[in-house]
Design a protein around this ligand. Structure first.
Ligand code: GLN
Length: 471
């Protein structure tokens, strides 16, 4: 028996290296848990059928001395990551039979390191949502409390880990889809700097916002998985070369709290109380906590819900019923489009496409899209200036505790509010991490959200590890 609850990448690697157990043993333990729990939790929409071949490659790497830290590590993918020969559906009927014809760059990088991909995990359809309830494959339950959502959109990826059905997993984050589910399931989730991790072969949502990142049970596992995919990729035109990234500077050990941003309506009081306790813990760990003023950051959510639907509407235009995915028969070409899209896309996806099309339409483009871009630039500037004085900026990750199924689904505005604290990092391209910060008396998790300057993931890991020791 391997104790999966306390297993970390480094521990697993040591055991694999010493021969205490083999990759086969390790993978079988996870498959056993998946078999036991997935029916109820619905974290995975598919467990891959070629796992034994992947295991063989990893075992050979151990035998011939080419194994690295990630070799043989069981990883869960999100259902929007292309893995050659396997279905990637973005949890949408539109793509339910779409088989990837090539590997996404992150899958390729991890394959080269001998990672074992266990399966693809459930998500909000095309990553639009904060609860995984918009998936075409049914709800994923929060393993900490099965009457509640796991967060979203990477709900399956985080639940796979929370139920010990994977050692680490990958999600994508356009406005919070890694950090908010991490917060809801009591795990660590990192959204890297825009341009740090390749987007090639990831099913696009909002191309100027999307980033792939890791989930781990602790900061170190998230850091190791991030390092394994943190690479320049010429196939992604927004990927940033290592030499063009900002060089690390020494830490000031000073962290900013944007006070006025925490005083808005709709933020759970319990969460604010826990946040103050987190600030004290960071002080105990030797950090100076200072109030900072970020008057523009509160506009991030409004800016996001202009830019994101605009990009969604243009990205999803490719699903015309002809080139990809679901095809509905009709007499006229236009009807092929409307029927295929009408059948293939769920309600939330259609809502975003309609919003985006309106935002980008002649006559409104300037009023909405161009204005949002200007405000986005101003927010970037505001955060850049703030980082002249502080190493990092902290808030809670989510303004809401994990909610129950159906509670927010019919009220999109309240669902969108879930992204209040996570969206600014996507708007400003900067890295951000969510770290568990305790539990309430119902056993539901709280989380701390930390943002750092561009390409300074190292700051998030350093503060995160110091914080973990205090919790
Ligand atoms: N919840 C946000 C949305 O629905 C963010 C989603 C994401 O990060 N993919 O847009």
């Amino acid at each position: 028996m391997i104790d999966l609850r306390t297993l970390t990448i480094k521990k697993a690697h040591e055991h694999l290296k010493n021969g205490d157990f083999s990759v086969t043993d390790l993978v079988n333990e996870y498959l056993k848990v998946i078999k036991e729990k997935n029916n109820e939790i619905n974290a995975y929409v598919e467990v891959y059928s070629d796992i034994s071949e992947q295991v063989k490659i990893a075992e050979d790497m151990f035998k011939n001395g080419t194994a690295t830290l990630m070799t043989g590590i069981p990883v869960a993918l999100k259902d929007n990551m292309l893995f050659e020969g396997h279905i990637a559906s973005a949890s949408s009927h539109m793509l339910e039979n779409y088989k990837a014809t090539y590997d996404s760059s992150i899958v390729k990088q991890l394959k080269d390191q001998g990672v074992v991909f266990l399966g693809r995990t459930n998500m909000d359809e095309f990553a639009m949502g904060s609860s995984t309830e918009t998936s075409a494959y049914g709800n994923t339950k929060n393993p900490l409390d099965t009457s509640r959502v796991p967060g979203g959109s990477s709900g399956g990826a985080v639940a796979s880990l929370a139920m010990d059905g994977a050692l680490v997993s990958l999600g994508s984050d356009t406005g919070g889809s890694i950090r908010q589910p991490a917060a809801f399931c009591g795990l660590v989730g990192l959204k890297p700097t825009y341009g740090a991790v390749s987007r090639f072969g990831i099913i696009s949502m909002g191309s100027s916002l999307d980033q792939v990142g890791p989930f781990g049970k602790n900061v170190e596992d998230a850091e190791i998985l991030f390092n394994a995919i943190n690479a320049y990729d010429e196939k992604d035109s927004t990927s940033v070369k290592k030499e063009e990234r900002i060089a690390p500077l020494p830490l000031k050990k000073k962290i900013g709290v944007p006070r006025s941003f925490l005083s808005g309506d709709g933020i759970d009081k319990e969460i604010l109380k826990n946040f103050e306790e987190s600030c004290q813990k960071l002080e105990k760990a030797g950090y100076q906590i200072v109030d900072i003023s970020l008057p523009l950051i509160k506009y991030s959510l409004a800016v996001y819900y202009i830019i994101c639907p605009a990009e969604v509407s243009s990205n999803l235009a490719r699903y015309d019923g002809i080139r990809y995915g679901l095809h509905a028969e009709a007499d006229k070409l236009y009807e092929v489009y409307t029927k295929s899209r009408g059948k293939g896309f769920g309600k939330e996806v259609r809502r975003r496409i309609l919003l985006g099309t309106y935002i980008l339409s002649y006559g409104y483009y300037d009023a909405y899209y161009n204005t949002a871009i200007k405000v986005r630039n101003a927010i970037k500037e505001e955060l850049k200036n703030a980082f002249l004085d502080v190493d990092a900026i902290i808030t809670p990750t989510s303004p809401l505790m994990p909610f129950k199924f159906g509670e927010k689904l019919e009220d999109p505005i309240s669902m969108y509010l879930a992204d209040l604290f996570s969206v600014p990092a996507n708007i400003a391209d900067i890295p951000a991490i969510s770290i568990p910060s305790g539990k309430n008396n119902e056993g539901l998790p709280f989380s701390l959200h930390i943002m750092a300057p561009l390409f300074r993931e190292d700051i998030l890991f350093a503060i995160g590890k110091d914080f973990e020791k205090q919790v």
